[in-house]
Ligand binder design. Structure first.
Ligand code: CTP
Ligand code: MG
Length: 250
């Protein structure tokens, strides 16, 4: 399908790419992070359900660990997922950036809006997903959910030996800083161009769009969209699930 015949973001169906191919080195030894359980269910399944909870999302592409696509397919088959959503599994790459690009390569032509969501953010509320989609449908080429920071942030001259004292070189005004989460939402053509043109190492997709010179907008994120990175984050995630269970009354 040519760019001209692709539906505009305002009407287009929405697909979500979920990079889940990382090892989870900071979480410590064990299975790849996305396959680790939270209250008995793999983190990846929580993340897939969180995105498929949006009635706008009709396709979820999971980017599996390079040698784990079969296992991920079986997991998706074994867990209850919404009937209205289609699922695809592709093997991932060495970096998050490469994994996302491999997911985009599998995207069928009719999708004009793409979300990219970390499998490591299993608890993002559906309202956050929908707010991102709405902003893309309203015309923003790239949208990030973001939160104000609790801590003051310092820029330092990084030490060559880890643990050595590091001189502080600047203190950015905290009121102007945001911590950025996922899902990040994109006009498909913009994200595809960013992945084709930008080769610098980046930690999120929106920064690639910034390098194209386009405007990225931030919408309110949510504290439950935090990224499971270190062991303590597993404790927090299970506590959030326990609280949800209590609130749901079962
Ligand atoms: N990711 C990926 N492919 C990679 C590396 C990361 O798909 N080669 C995914 C992870 O699975 C995760 C998301 O990108 O869902 C965010 O990355 P991060 O939290 O850094 O996860 P890991 O890279 O697995 O963790 P670590 O950096 O601690 O090893
Ligand atoms: Mg990583």
């Amino acid at each position: 399908m040519s760019d001209e015949s692709r539906p505009s973001p305002a009407q287009s169906p929405v697909a979500a790419v979920i990079p889940a191919a990382g090892r989870g080195v900071r979480l410590g030894p064990g299975a790849p992070k996305a396959l680790r359980a939270l209250n008995g269910t793999p983190m990846l399944i929580h993340a897939v359900r969180a995105l498929a909870a949006s009635r706008h999302v009709s396709l979820v592409i999971v980017v599996a660990p390079p040698d784990g696509a079969g296992e991920v397919k079986s997991l998706l088959d074994a867990h209850a997922l919404p009937e209205r959503t289609d699922f695809l599994v592709v093997p991932g790459g060495e970096s998050r950036q490469e994994s996302v690009r491999l997911g985009l390569d599998a995207l069928p032509p009719e999708y004009g809006v793409v979300l990219v969501h970390d499998a490591a953010r299993p608890l993002v509320p559906v309202d956050t997903v929908d707010a991102v989609i709405e902003a893309v449908r309203d015309g923003a080429p790239a949208v990030v959910p973001a939160l104000p920071l609790a801590d003051t942030v310092k820029e330092v001259e990084p030490a060559t030996v880890p643990g050595d004292p590091e001189p502080v070189v600047a203190t950015p005004d905290r009121a102007r800083l945001r911590a950025v989460q996922t899902p990040q939402g994109f006009d498909r053509a913009t994200l595809v161009r960013a992945h084709a043109d930008v080769t610098d190492d980046v930690t999120d997709d929106a920064s690639m769009v910034e390098r194209l010179g386009l405007t990225v907008v931030a919408v309110p994120g949510h504290e439950e969209a935090f990224k499971v990175t270190r062991p303590l984050d597993l404790v927090l995630a299970e506590a959030v699930l326990a609280r949800r269970r209590l609130n749901d009354g079962f």
